[in-house]
Design a protein around this ligand. Structure first.
Ligand code: EPU
Length: 420
């Protein structure tokens, strides 16, 4: 059990840059399996999900290791297709190994993927798309097993909803399939575009990534390698922005592509923060003596909508705002498990399925709370910045799956926040 101790009531100041995006790095690590030449991923953060990915790569016989701030991979002639259950169960992103191992090893066995308990997280779209490309699928008691007789082949496939992970699975598979694949109803998130950017740098032929229709002309001979810098983490940047909105202060977030979290910045403006966004940096100011404006109605949806990962962070900001707000999450059924922690801090909140109702106007008071998941845990840390006295956020390791060191990052801006 890890404990993050926060003493609220301090305003934040200074500047900070987010690391590379977790949700880009994780699929990119899996995609390196498709490459017949070495790859370098630059500036890979030290997250537990990255450590799990490196362990998974090693377990299937791949060569991947940290080299300073980067990860280097080297091709190997043979890969195994058995994903160890403890690694599959440690993160949702084990699902990213389905396509590359099916392509490279000819078969793959994936035990139940883990990850945040945000509600049911089926993998049917990943499987339906791979089946359309020629995969044979079998369900064992505790795992799904995929095989291919010949090479995967191109297809015209419509995703029943724009799943980020399934779009990424199918981009990887189609890049090395025979013939052309058209994906319709694809997810358009920046991380999908980033994976397409990496695959293209390795020789894949992809057009339309970042739009709902993506066309991939397969390179059945496999891909080359490349050196690649993944995009900045928009959810880390959102977390810093939420922190300054909750605590007050004046913070510049550098090297962060504000366009990738523009909906959150719009929300902060509507709530009364001063936001100055340029192409690569954003400055956020809030006078802690003036309450933020409540009355906000937020609806989390697929890109370019309000990001679901930002929903608990927005809630943390709104707890003390003057007036009630509501947030609805259109993607996950259990996004607001952090509501119990908000209530323990003294906030008037009610989670009802996908919706969180926030009374606003709370005088938050430090206490002991438990991180229910990654973003919910970060949201409790943010809320604690606005609370009087000391809060201890107990965490079974959720937060370090997505933040290298959230306490140190916030402390660098002047927050009294440290691992206890
Ligand atoms: N879904 C299905 N079937 C599928 C795939 C998805 O029904 O085969 C449903 C899911 O159950 C969910 C919705 O579709 O209700 C959206 O899921 P999606 O596949 O888009 O999400 P994901 O790929 O599992 C990624 C991020 C999440 C982020 C979501 C939405 C990674 C590793 N994870 O998850 O990030 O919330 O997209 O943007 O990329 C996080 O960073 O904390 C996190 C949870």
């Amino acid at each position: 059990m890890e404990i993050i101790e926060v003493r609220g009531g301090r305003t934040l100041a200074g500047s900070i840059a987010p690391p590379a995006a977790k949700n880009s790095v994780l699929p990119l690590l899996a995609a390196t399996l498709l490459c017949g030449a070495p790859c370098r991923l630059r500036g890979v953060p030290r997250l537990t999900d990255v450590d799990t990915s490196l362990a998974l790569l090693t377990a299937v016989g791949a060569k991947a290791a940290r080299c300073g701030r980067d990860v280097l991979t080297a091709p190997v002639p043979l890969l195994g297709g058995d994903i160890p259950p403890h690694l599959a169960g440690a993160m949702r992103s084990s699902v990213f190994y389905l396509a590359p191992l099916l392509v490279r090893a000819g078969q793959v066995r994936l035990p139940m993927p883990g990850g945040c308990r945000l509600g049911p997280r089926p993998v049917d779209i990943h499987l339906d798309g791979l089946a359309a490309m020629g995969a044979q699928i079998e369900f064992a008691a505790d795992a799904v097993v995929l095989r291919r007789a010949g090479r995967l082949h191109g297809t015209d496939f419509t995703l029943r909803l724009p799943s980020v992970g399934a779009t990424e699975t199918l981009l990887m598979a189609a890049s090395c399939a025979e013939g052309t694949t058209v994906l319709r109803g694809a997810a358009c998130e920046p991380e999908v575009e980033d994976l397409a950017g990496f695959l293209t740098a390795c020789g894949a032929r992809i057009t339309g990534a970042g739009t709902p229709v993506v066309v991939i002309r397969g390179r059945a001979g496999g891909l080359d390698g490349c050196a690649y810098t993944p995009l900045p983490d928009r959810i880390s940047a959102t977390t810093y922005a939420a922190a300054v909105a909750a605590a007050g202060g004046d913070v510049t977030i550098r090297r962060c592509r504000p366009s990738t979290f523009a909906t959150f910045l719009d929300f902060l403006r509507a709530a009364g923060c001063e936001v100055h966004a340029g192409p690569n940096a954003v400055r956020i100011c809030r006078d802690a003596r003036t309450p933020l404006k409540g009355g906000q109605e937020l609806f989390a949806a697929a890109w370019p909508g309000f990001a679901t990962d930002a929903a608990p962070l927005a809630a943390a900001v709104l707890l003390t705002a003057d007036g009630p707000s509501r947030i609805y999450d259109g993607l996950f059924q259990n996004r607001f498990a952090c509501a119990a922690g908000f209530a323990a801090l003294g906030a008037g909140v009610r989670a009802n399925g996908r919706e969180l109702a926030i009374d606003g106007g709370a005088a938050l008071c430090g206490t002991v709370v438990t991180a229910p998941d990654l973003r919910g845990g970060a949201a409790l840390v943010v809320a604690a910045l606005a609370a009087q006295g000391k809060t201890c956020v107990l965490d079974e390791g959720h937060i370090r799956r997505g933040y290298q060191s959230l306490p140190a990052e916030l402390a660098s801006l002047g927050a009294a926040c440290r691992p206890a």
